[in-house]
Design a protein around this ligand. Structure first.
Ligand code: PLP
Length: 345
């Protein structure tokens, strides 16, 4: 099959060569399964180096599970999770968070993918009323599903609100590296130091093969999480191969270099297409995604050559994602093709 690179999703990209090397490097001899191995120990130490010694971290396979398990650890079934009405947990996880936690998700309006404190405040009601679910978690996605990035002060404000009201702040960090890179912050500064309680740490969209983690900044919240992970079918028997990927990502700033690269390419793409008459960039390009309203006819033409998703059919908005391996030439060729497709549509 001829290799191609598309703009459909950062998880359409392959595995970073350094990560593949890391997997191969632990493929020697036998080692104990289920995470009781030296490679997993070493990956956990790396997480502690980034986030602090007093965290708990649990390795899982995918982002949906990281979210479901995080939320499960923070809730009982009579609780509710407040999230954006476009949050991945609400729209794209097939109801897994509801099924797994038994909790109601309360979807609220967003602005450019971001929750606002006003909307969260409005959803926080029915407290102490036995007829109502009890809001327990605010979940934000960083960077957002629309490729925007919460400012540190915005995250802090959510954390303050949560903690004043006996709630927790969960961050779906499927693309936390892109957000931290965009903000010029370390992983710790972009999460723990802003008051996040539990983080779904993403690796797959940043060049791993299928490796994510749940990071608890308050160890007490992780009580019994070992059992939840197993019940949630996310305890890998050959965990060393997942741990090795996360270790590679957290070594020599690979997480940062890959995320910066993807973000840079998205900005390049935005610059290359924003002056095309007929195209409108609909959200600020703050990480590795570009969302563009584009004539329907042009979408059909472009999709004949490039695979990507139409994000919003009604408004004819396309989503183009860049990855650690998107090249400058990829962008130039794609932008030229888009320009021509719009001109002739
Ligand atoms: C914001 C966000 N959270 C979570 C996920 C879930 O990841 P997975 O597909 O690995 O379950 C995705 C994947 O697209 C995502 O975009």
């Amino acid at each position: 099959m001829k290799p191609v690179r598309s703009f459909a999703s950062d998880n359409n990209a392959g595995v970073h060569p350094e990560v593949l090397d890391a997997i191969a490097s632990v493929n020697e001899g036998h080692t104990v399964g289920y995470g009781d191995d030296a490679y997993t120990d070493s990956a956990v130490r790396k997480f502690k180096k980034h986030f602090g010694q007093d965290i708990e971290v649990f390795i899982v396979f995918n982002g949906t599970a990281a979210n479901c398990l995080s939320l499960k650890a923070l809730t009982n079934s009579y609780h509710a999770v407040i999230c954006a009405d476009f949050a991945h947990i609400y729209t794209d996880e097939c109801g897994a968070p509801e099924k797994f936690t038994g909790c109601k998700l309360i979807p609220i309006p967003h602005k450019d993918g971001k929750l606002t404190l006003e909307a969260v405040r409005a959803a926080y009601h029915g407290i102490g009323d036995q007829h109502h679910v009890q809001p327990r978690v605010v979940s934000i996605t960083q960077c957002t599903e629309m490729g925007t990035v919460y400012k540190p002060a915005e995250v802090k404000a959510f954390a303050r609100f949560c903690h004043q009201n006996e709630m927790f702040l969960h961050m779906d960090g499927a693309r936390i590296a892109n957000a931290a890179a965009s903000l010029g912050q370390s992983l710790r500064q972009a999460t723990r130091e802003l008051g996040v309680d539990v983080l779904s740490f993403g690796g797959t969209k940043n060049g791993l093969m299928g490796a994510e983690a749940v990071v608890f900044f308050d160890k007490k919240l992780a009580n019994n999480f070992l059992y939840l992970r197993k019940q949630g079918m996310q305890l890998a028997s050959k965990m060393r191969f997942i741990s090795a990927q996360l270790e590679a990502l957290l070594t020599n700033d690979l997480w940062l270099k890959s995320a910066q690269h993807a973000n840079r390419r998205a900005r390049q793409l935005e610059k290359a297409i924003r002056d095309i008459s007929g195209i409108k960039i609909v959200y600020p390009v703050e990480a590795n995604g570009v969302f563009a309203a584009i004539p329907r006819g042009a979408i059909t033409k472009i999709q004949k050559r490039y695979f990507f998703y139409v994000w919003n059919e009604e408004e004819s908005v396309a989503r183009w994602m860049c990855s650690f391996d998107t090249t400058e030439d990829d962008i130039k060729t794609f932008a030229k093709f888009v320009r021509e497709a719009v001109r002739t549509s």
